[in-house]
Design a protein around this ligand. Sequence first.
Ligand code: CP
Length: 356
Amino acid sequence: MTAEVDRPEAASSGPGGAPSSPHGPAPSSPHGPAPSPWHHRHLLDVDVLSRAEIELVMRTTDEMRDVLARPIPKVPALRGTSVTILFYEASTRTRVSFEVAAKNLSADVVNIAAASSSVSKGESLVDTVRTIEALGADMLVMRHGVSGAPYLAAEVFGGAVLNGGDGWHAHPSQALLDLYTLRSRLPGGSLEGRKVVILGDVLHSRVARSNVWTLTAMGADLWLCAPSTLLRGFEAWGSRGAAGRRFTVTSDVGAALRDADVVMALRIQRERMASGLLPSLREYAARYGLTQERLRAASPDVIVMHPGPMNEGVEIAADVAVDPRSVITDQVTNGVAVRMALLYLLAGAHGRGSEA
Ligand code: CP
C-alpha cells in the first residue's frame, strides 16, 4: 500500500494516541506521532482485543456513523487499497456490508465466490490466498466453513486478514456490531451488570463464541440457554466462572428470560446439526422459541436481537422479530459502520508494519 495524507497510516495517530479522523490527517505533534492504541494486523477473533481496543472500535464506529450520515457517505481513507472478499460459505449481511464498507472508504473491492473460482477445480486455500496476494490484494476478508481457516490464510498472506466467520469458531465483526448496537440502545450505553441472554443453537454458533468474549469483557451478566445437547462444552465454562466474568449456562428458558435486559435468539443451524441433537424443529420451537408469551418474563424494555439469517417460527416468532423492542435491522445497518471502522484500523496497522 502507498502512503497518502488521507490514508489511515498517515492519519492514525492523533493527540493522546487516539486515531485521528478518517476524514483527514491528524494535527501533527512537534514530538512526532503518538503510538497508536491499535496493534493488530489481522482480525481473526475478538479474544485478542483488550477492553481499550474494543472501546477504540466503538469510537471509530461512531466516526463512521457520522460519515454514513452525509449526503455522499464516502471518504478517501482507503484510496489505493485493494480489498478482496473471499467467501466459501453463503452470506448476505457480512459479505455485502464488508463490500459497502470498503467502497465507502474508497478501497478497490474484488469479490470472489469460491464456487465460481478455481477452488471448484481443487485449488487449496493456501494457493488461493497466494494467488489473491499476487493479484494485488492488500486486505482479505474471508469466510470459511472450517474453523481456523482464516488463521492459516493469515500465515501466508502478506496483508491483513479479517475473519468473516469460520466454522463454529468465531465471527468477530458480528460480535462487535452486536456490542455497538447494544451500547447505542442501553441507557447510559453500558452493559455493566445487564442480563444478556443468548438463546438457541449455541453449540454450532460462531456468533455465540465471539459474543461470549466481548459481552463479558464489557461487564454483562451473560446467560447461554439451549437444550442441553446444544450446550455441550459450554457447561464447563459456566461452572468455572471465568476470571471474574459473569456467565451462566442453563437449559431452563424461564430462568434465563426472567428480568432479562437483552435476548439474542440464534438460528438452529440445520446444516451443521448432527442427527439426534434435537427431536424436531417443531419441538424446539415449542420449548425454546422466542415468543411474545415467553418475552413477558423479561424486562418490559427488553432489547431483542438476532444476528440473522432468521428462521421465523422456529427460534423466533415473526411478531417478536418486528416488535418495537427488536433491533435486528439496526444490527444489519450498524454492520456497515463497524466494518468500516475495522477496515480503517487494520489498514492503519498494516501501514505501520504491525506484526500482531
Ligand atoms: N450474521 C451473519 O453472519 O449473516 P450472513 O450469514 O448473512 O452474513
